[in-house]
Design a binder for this molecule. Structure first.
Ligand code: SF4
Length: 486
């Protein structure tokens, strides 16, 4: 999979967005290497985590340069831009922005002054106590900043940068400031940041978003996913531990603990968000997805002739479903690989083709067949509804939809933007009502227990809140009320 376009199954209809991660982060300390170029390729491997802005900051030990803009990594940077970013350490960011937050000033890394120099910071996740933190920032600066900082989707990152910038000077510099600030933060944060000399990486005590450490021949790299280490030739060393702050510079690698670890890794990383060639907490994502398909086949069997995936994110689960059910697997849909995310709006005529802009059915494979169509999740249901219609038009005798995650009923407060609660199709609808709305012959979801079992991670070390409503970290949304379960 190369970037977000490879995960098409939630992005098949023009204007219809799937679950969006709030970013990919990458950092490198490697004297003698072209760190901006390494960061570029690291971000390129993390493009699926954020496609709306990208940025890189580098330092040569004297000063920090930053280059960032809206667009895909490949659109933001060219050779000239990378040439201008000299130095031996760098941090980078690929951003997903919520509506209205696409502006340049929301792109990361953020830059800010500190008592001992400058901080450049990139953040993946979402803080749950931003208002509390804004009060601290306002108190320290003597002015009410909630109006300025409180705007936009980059609030939490700006707040962290301000907090680091307003820590008093100390011999330990930015590292000391981070040890004072990190315990104040709640929610999900996988951070990479740096001053002129030192690269830092920190992960929240629950380790909700992934963050890993790799070794380069002449230095170190940190990245949201192991796949980004692979692409720059770094060897995976270990995860950045929940509650850990790492520092890397000429004095080597140092680890400090700012909180006790209480792991609650996001299960949706295994379902959909992470690349299949990434490993999280020792479990390869592809293996987890394939196993989810096997469990799904046992829990929701179907009388059918053929199993087909919704490409690409449904593919591992469809393979698992076929293995466990004994039904043949086939590619019944061809993806238009180069029609990816584009800033060019389709014409009205093309928009009306909807899903066909990105997928085309193979009639000779599916005509007359009873199909099991496997997808990783249903958010709004618009994609699956269009898909079922298209398969019927192409001659499918029956369409049985199978989903390798349970119904998404709750919002995520830790960095994933699914949809508003009112838009979630499973919000207040039974499985039978959803089936009817999709126009499928049958609909089956994996159970929560089955999904958790497939990850091979202990249930008490996972967040499953968007499926269960059991939030491992308190959040500030007082309006939350339980959704009627299906
Ligand atoms: Fe992941 Fe869902 Fe938890 Fe958000 S609520 S962190 S998407 S499992």
């Amino acid at each position: 999979m190369a970037g977000g376009d490879g995960r098409l199954s939630h992005e098949l209809i023009p204007g219809e967005k799937g679950p969006q991660d709030s970013c990919g982060v990458f950092g490198v300390w490697a004297p003698g290497e072209e760190v901006a170029r390494l960061t570029y390729f690291g971000l390129y491997a993390l493009q699926h985590r954020g496609q709306e802005a990208a940025g890189i900051a580098t330092s040569d030990g004297e000063s920090i340069l930053v280059y960032k803009d809206t667009g895909l990594v490949s659109q933001v940077f060219d050779d000239q831009a990378l040439e201008s970013l000299s130095g031996h350490l760098a941090v980078g960011h690929a951003r997903y922005a919520t509506a209205g937050g696409r502006a340049w000033h929301n792109a990361q890394p953020t830059l800010g002054p500190t008592a001992t120099g400058t901080v450049a910071l990139a953040h993946n996740g979402n803080l749950t106590n931003v208002h509390e933190l804004l009060d601290i920032v306002s108190e320290r600066s003597g002015t009410d900043l909630s109006g300025d900082l409180g705007k936009g989707s980059s609030t939490d990152t700006a707040v962290i940068t301000h907090l680091l910038g307003t820590e008093p000077p100390s011999d330990g510099g930015l590292g000391d400031a981070a040890m004072a600030v990190l315990p104040l933060l709640r929610g999900a944060f996988s951070l990479v940041f740096m001053d002129e000399h030192t690269l830092y990486a920190a992960r929240d005590p629950h380790g909700i978003r992934p963050l890993v450490l790799g070794r380069l021949p002449s230095g170190w790299a940190v990245a949201s996913e192991t796949a980004a280490l692979d692409i720059v030739g770094a060897t995976f060393v270990r995860e950045v531990e929940p509650g850990e702050l790492l520092a890397v510079d000429a004095d080597g690698l140092r680890s400090s603990r700012f909180a006790l670890a209480d792991p609650k890794g996001c299960i949706f990383e295994y379902v959909y968000l992470a690349r299949p060639d990434t490993t999280i907490a020792g479990r390869p994502v592809n293996s987890a997805r394939t196993e989810m398909g096997r469990v799904l086949a046992r829990e929701a069997p179907a009388e059918a002739d053929l199993v087909i995936p919704t490409p690409d994110s449904g593919t591992p689960a469809a393979i698992g479903y076929a293995q466990a059910s004994g039904l043949p697997f086939a590619q019944g849909l061809v993806k238009n690989a180069y029609v990816g995310r584009t800033f060019i709006q389709p014409t009205q005529t093309i928009r009306q083709l909807g899903i066909r802009l990105k997928l085309n059915p193979m009639r000779e494979v599916i005509a007359g067949k009873r199909l099991v169509v496997v997808d990783d999740s249903i958010v709004r249901g618009n994609t699956q509804r269009a898909l079922v219609r298209m398969l019927r038009e192409a001659g499918a005798a029956e369409v049985h939809v199978r989903i390798s995650s349970p119904p998404v009923k709750w919002p995520c407060y830790y960095g994933i933007d699914f949809a508003t609660r009112a838009e979630l199709i499973a919000n207040g609808m039974s499985v039978e009502q959803i089936r009817d709305s999709l126009g499928a012959d049958s609909l089956g979801y994996i159970s929560v227990d089955g999904m958790v079992e497939a990850t091979a991670i202990a249930p008490d070390r996972l967040c499953t809140a968007c499926f269960t409503g059991a939030y491992p970290v308190p959040h500030e949304d007082a309006s939350l009320t339980p959704v009627v379960s299906a």
